[in-house]
Design a protein around this ligand. Structure first.
Ligand code: HEM
Length: 414
């Protein structure tokens, strides 16, 4: 059924329904996930594919990811020295915010322990949470004006904070570029300003600011909660963790951090990431699609305008597709060609078709680097009283799927 929607009938289902929540700041008119397939959508995707996530761009800024992973390991090492537990999701979140802000603005936006970083995470999670709440205004459009649950009102505040921040950074760069002797840094912001101010009319400033906001919102919580789930599953299944550590030691050496060039030699690590995506897809219902005219799936007519949700979470746990679906068994991917790139419909955490997640190549690189390094450089102990058997593995549902109880574990440097 997912294949019918995302591949076979892709053009008919490639627009999205617009939740009232994302009408805040007219985000649905400018922001990538919600604009309909149109010249603006093509321009935004082109900028992403060509200037941000192409293999060439990602290879060229590999050093940034390495540096951010090194900083993450240093913070974790400090906690280890003090015998303190690390909040894995929070630590990963700061690393990713900094990675994105370095690739985009050439600055660090998050300090792993700073209040500003916690604030930033709270804002991003509040956006995910509000966007995931059932909203009466979506089912009874007459209620939109009243916004009975206050969802759009709160979204206006959260969006406003991020838009203001990025607008300020855009302005600062414009001023800097006017200065004498300015040499372009070739970061994403410079590229976007070249496009926006270059009168190619491909993107205007408002669209660019919304794009920046989308990159941070869509890219941070998704990667950090996937990493947190992966670590939680490893601590929950010590035999899997041991096997992963053995592979790392053999392939790259004990206590070394993982480089992107190592990942080809780490099939078990890759299988762990796929298994995490199967059980804990970060966006469990994808981002809703909308049926166009004459939509038909498997012989059923779908009314024009209907909202179509693809339940990736259920596909990943379907017993007719997966053996022992509720067990974390990376081995199932060892001799399998199944990948997450939108062609194998039993595993589609990034969606599929023309609206597949453009951040996939960055997410995959980051997850391997961070997870591999965290388990190769440290042994991990659960906090007092928590054992692999009694760990809380419950989920918290927003538009993304988080761990209800944040994972905290004490690192012991190897
Ligand atoms: C574990 C990491 C991630 C997961 C699981 C994920 C998942 C998804 C999913 C399921 C969709 C909807 C696809 C569809 O409708 O078929 C999506 C769309 C999108 N994602 Fe991601 N994503 C991740 C990371 C990222 C990153 C790192 C970025 C950017 C920095 C990003 C940016 C976007 C954007 C802009 C869209 C909207 C695309 C469009 O509507 O054309 N994502 N993502």
């Amino acid at each position: 059924m997912a294949r019918e929607v995302l591949q076979k009938n892709d053009p008919v289902f490639s627009d999205r329904t617009v939740p009232d929540a994302v009408r805040a700041h007219q985000h649905h008119e400018f922001g990538l996930p919600f604009v309909p397939v149109s010249p603006l959508w093509r321009s935004l995707r082109k900028v992403c594919n060509l200037h941000i996530f192409s293999s060439q761009k990602l290879d060229a800024n590999q050093h940034l990811r390495r540096r951010k992973v090194e900083q993450l390991l240093a913070t974790v090492r400090d906690s280890g020295r003090l015998g303190e537990a690390v909040d894995i999701g929070q630590a990963a979140f700061s690393a990713i915010v900094n990675l994105l802000s370095n690739s985009i603005f050439s600055v660090d936006l998050a300090d792993s322990n700073a209040q500003s970083s916690l604030e930033f995470k709270k804002t991003v999670w509040s956006i995910m949470e509000e966007a995931g709440k059932p909203n009466l205004a979506d089912y009874f459009p007459l209620l939109r004006k009243i916004d009975p649950q206050g969802i759009r009102r709160r979204m206006t505040v959260h969006f406003g904070k991020l838009l203001e921040l990025f607008d300020r950074m855009y302005d600062q760069r414009l001023q800097l570029r006017k200065g004498k002797g300015f040499a372009t840094t070739n970061d994403v912001l410079d590229t976007l300003i070249d496009i926006t101010e270059g009168k190619t009319e491909e993107l205007n400033r408002t669209q660019t600011i919304h794009l920046l906001k989308v990159l941070f919102v869509a890219g941070t919580d998704t990667i950090s909660s996937t990493l947190e789930w992966a670590m939680a599953e490893l601590l929950h299944s010590p035999e899997v963790l041991l096997k992963a550590k053995e592979e790392l030691e053999k392939a790259i050496g004990k206590a070394k951090w993982v480089e992107e060039s190592h990942v080809d030699r780490l099939p078990y690590l890759r299988a762990i990431i796929k298994e995490t995506f199967r059980m804990h897809p970060a966006v469990p219902l994808l981002i809703p699609r909308k049926a166009g005219p004459n939509a038909e799936i498997c012989g059923f007519t779908v009314p024009e305008g209907a909202q179509v949700l693809v339940n990736v979470w259920a596909i990943g746990r379907d017993p007719s597709v997966w053996e022992m679906p509720n067990s974390f068994m990376p081995e199932r991917f060892l001799n399998s060609a199944i990948d997450v790139k939108g062609r194998d419909f039993e595993l589609i955490p990034f969606g599929g078709g023309r609206r597949i997640c453009p951040g996939l190549p960055l997410a995959i690189r980051m997850l391997h680097l961070m997870l591999g390094s965290l388990i190769n450089c440290f042994d991990w102990k659960l906090e007092d009283g928590v054992t692999p058997e009694n760990m809380n593995m419950e989920e918290k549902f927003g538009i993304t799927l988080q761990k209800a109880k944040p994972l905290r574990a004490i690192p012991i440097p190897v």
